[in-house]
Design a protein around this ligand. Sequence first.
Ligand SMILES: [Ca+2]
Length: 136
Amino acid sequence: MKIGLKAWAGAMAGAALLGTVSVVPAHAAEGQFESYINSWRAGNESRRWWDNNDTWDYTGIYFQGCEADGGDGFNFAGLRLWKDVSGAPDRSKGTRTNYCGWVDYGDPDDAGTYYFALTDVSSGTFISVDYVKVAW
Ligand SMILES: [Ca+2]
């Protein structure tokens, strides 16, 4: 009986760890950078990054410490992932709604230069984010 309880406790600890991983990938992704956002409005674009597609890592964007100038404060931000294609229209890799946390776009499985753009501000016109982490 004691062995059974220990096994259960171990399984719960594992579940708790998995819960943490699903919020922010804890393992080393193929690449990542940390930044912040100061007074962005819809249409603003992030810095570019190169994804060599060496791994199956999801591309994700993490926000922490979010503010908006609307009366309701920060509700959410629409974020579109783009592949920068020279000499042709950039390729959309999907839009996600970030509620001041982690959003992911799966694995683009497509080497190239990427960036994200703010498509929608739910409250007001400008948003600021104290801590931004992008991983791919
Ligand atoms: Ca990949």
